[in-house]
Design a protein around this ligand. Structure first.
Ligand SMILES: Nc1ncnc2c1ncn2[C@@H]1O[C@H](COP(=O)(O)OP(=O)(O)O)[C@@H](O)[C@H]1O
Ligand SMILES: [Mg+2]
Length: 289
């Protein structure tokens, strides 16, 4: 199989820290995984029984190349997550559908290209403005200045993307945003995230947190509301607690979540077991190469 990642960008050198844990765990259960860049022209995708898209984190500025790549590979071999998941989940407008399905999400104003960016009614002391297609807080700002917020909305619309405007949630700096990693459909472990807009980083974790039954319930409710989440080997649900106590969805990551495999004993092995379930044919341990 291929474990698909990206070539580090000089200005955003955030490596996939799951790789040194995932590859030996796969090897231990008889799965031979090559770590390859999605844009590597030397790769013969038809040679892999499974192409596991994991960390193609430069897809945002390279969306016009990335989506055709995903479509092409999906036509050549088994791509996981499947194309339909990649198409849907790389655009945060899926959050709107989760909200319609009754899942609490971070309060959001949506402004699509063609709509008037000047009509953004803020009503919040500090706002976050982000593009619908983004990762690692790319093109995402926090501001208390309405003119600055509108300028960022206009820039995002000019790039052809929908803009999201949200209140800045102070809970991100206090209790923290919690990422719950789901492996083989089951909540596996969780981490607290470093607040990206006040402290920085690319979505790094600060510590492991317990997956309480209440947190697991919130995660299951989110997954149940997204039909495309069923059967995936991995997913991550990023949540922030509202002042009312309920968990709000910041993101449901089905395409490129870092899985923080080093933050929980046994997580690399659970990941490997979930990947085996995604293979067309299970490996035979001890098989000669
Ligand atoms: N409304 C918000 N309030 C506080 N912090 C936010 C808010 N929206 C985003 N952030 C911060 O920015 C980070 C990136 O935003 P997110 O919506 O997760 O997009 P992505 O991870 O795809 O860039 C979050 O992990 C969080 O630290
Ligand atoms: Mg995020």
């Amino acid at each position: 199989m291929a474990y698909v990642t990206y070539q580090l960008e000089p200005d955003r050198p955030d490596p996939d820290i799951d790789i040194p844990l995932a590859i030996p765990a796969l090897d231990a259960v008889g799965v031979d995984a090559d770590v390859v860049g999605w844009d590597d022209p030397e790769v013969d995708w038809t040679g892999y029984d499974l192409v596991l898209l994991r960390s193609a984190w430069d897809y945002v500025p390279r969306f016009a190349d990335f989506m055709p790549w995903a479509r092409r590979v999906a036509g050549l071999t088994r791509l996981v997550p499947p194309l339909a998941v990649i198409e849907r989940n790389t655009d945060k407008t899926y959050l709107r559908d989760l909200a319609t399905a009754g899942v609490p999400i971070v309060p959001t104003h949506w402004i699509s290209p063609g709509e008037d960016s000047g009509a953004v009614v803020l009503g919040w002391a500090r706002v976050v403005v982000k593009p619908a297609v983004s990762s690692g807080a790319r093109d995402t700002i926090v501001t208390a200045d309405a003119a600055e917020a509108k300028a960022q909305v206009a820039a995002i619309l000019a790039s052809g993307r929908t803009a999201l405007v949200q209140p800045y949630l102070d809970a991100v700096d206090h209790e923290g945003e919690v990422s719950v990693v789901v492996l083989g459909g089951v909540p596996s472990h969780a981490v607290r995230k470093v607040p990206a807009l006040s402290v920085g980083g690319y979505g790094d974790a600060s510590e492991t947190v317990e997956v309480t039954p209440e947190l697991a319930d919130a995660v299951r409710a989110v997954l149940a509301a997204e039909p495309l989440a069923a059967g995936l080997p991995f997913a991550r649900v990023d949540l922030v607690r509202a002042t009312t106590g309920e968990w709000l969805v910041m993101e449901l990551e089905l395409t490129e979540p870092l899985l923080f495999l080093g933050y929980s004993p046994g997580a690399p092995e659970r990941f490997a077991a979930a990947v085996i379930a995604a293979l067309p044919v299970a490996p035979v341990l001890g098989e000669l190469d």
